[in-house]
Design a protein around this ligand. Sequence first.
Ligand code: SF4
Length: 424
Amino acid sequence: MITVSGVGEGTIAEQIGLVPGTELLSVDGRELEDFLDWEFLTAEDRFLLHARLPGGDEVEYDIERPAHEPIGLTLEPPRIRRCANRCDFCFVDGLPEGLREVLYIRDDDYRLSFRYGNFATLTNLKPRDTARIIEYRLSPLYVSVHATDPVVRRWLLRNPAAPDILEQLRAFAAHGIQFHTQVVMSPGVNDGAILEQTLSDLWTLGAPVLNVSIVPVGLTEFSQHDRCREPTASECAAAVALVHRWQPRALAERRRRWAYGADELYLRAGLPLPPAADYGDFEQVENGVGSVRWLQEQVAAAQTRFRAWEGKRIGVCTGTSMGALMPEVLEKLTAASGAQFELIVLENPLFGTRVTTAGLLPGRAFREALRARGDLDLALLPGEAVNDLGLFLDDLSIDALAATVPMPVVASKTFADALPEVTA
Ligand code: SF4
């Protein structure tokens, strides 16, 4: 059963009398569990919907719609699938107390993997989930592999019941499912020979494995430091070297570089980032793989629009990891716009200085840095630091922040996306 949370004006849903609070029970006799069922079972232009209205009446609707016209419903978000693992490096363990409850949920949900690119381990799949992935052809999936050796993987995930990931991927691949994969590298556990084996095994699965990224374990001051540690510069450099050994072969045989290191891996290794062309279609940019080069590409592509900023003084807030790389981006922006950019690099007062990612900066870090900066015309904040509701990790909203600082603030992911606000 799925509950309707909104009905669009003038839509089919409104015309037939569906209202918020209506429970959608089945389509063509098949029970509805979540948005996936709804989307796939209503893909045809004619179907029979069984629903329960808020008053309790159950109604059958024989719906026929013009080709591709949306029904016009918004559904309540699905109940998130909880994780069956207990990784030592889990980000949830690294959170301080007192944040909003939802942040402490360990989610591991193949549906969100398909829809939003969230990485899932596939360790909590029930037979029905497996059947749905195949039937609905949920592809590509984003999969946290970490290690293909089942013993090492179970140890990493702290889950003795974790199924063999190679078998799972092979079975899905036989039904046409493809995968973006990642290895979160925990030094002394899944790096070195285990990492080589993992890449080799994933390669052997063939074209369905679209790529593999290596992301170094990231810990906060609250993480379980007695159980895991972050990799050293030389351990990161070794992983980068492995990536670069794989890339020529992958390029020759599959016309894609296939193996990638996260930006953080290069930064920690003290190595320069590869050029933008080496990231292909930036398929794992949301996972921090090629983020800096991607941003530079966005800036270059939108250069002509930057004239709207001419003569302005703009503060660009970021975390300490991007702080080192941002001057290169800002140099191009300055040349394109005629604006004066000031880089404002912030340490993380919530997680401690070892957390360097801009996306994890709390609202109060920006507030403290900007509240006395009456000399700025605008401040750009990292777009990934706020959620869809405009909230930072510490629950401060961007509107509340804007009310306490003397300049307009805009959350921006590409600089170009901030232009409408600037020109308004
Ligand atoms: S898979 Fe591991 S890191 Fe991810 S939520 Fe579960 S315990 Fe945390």
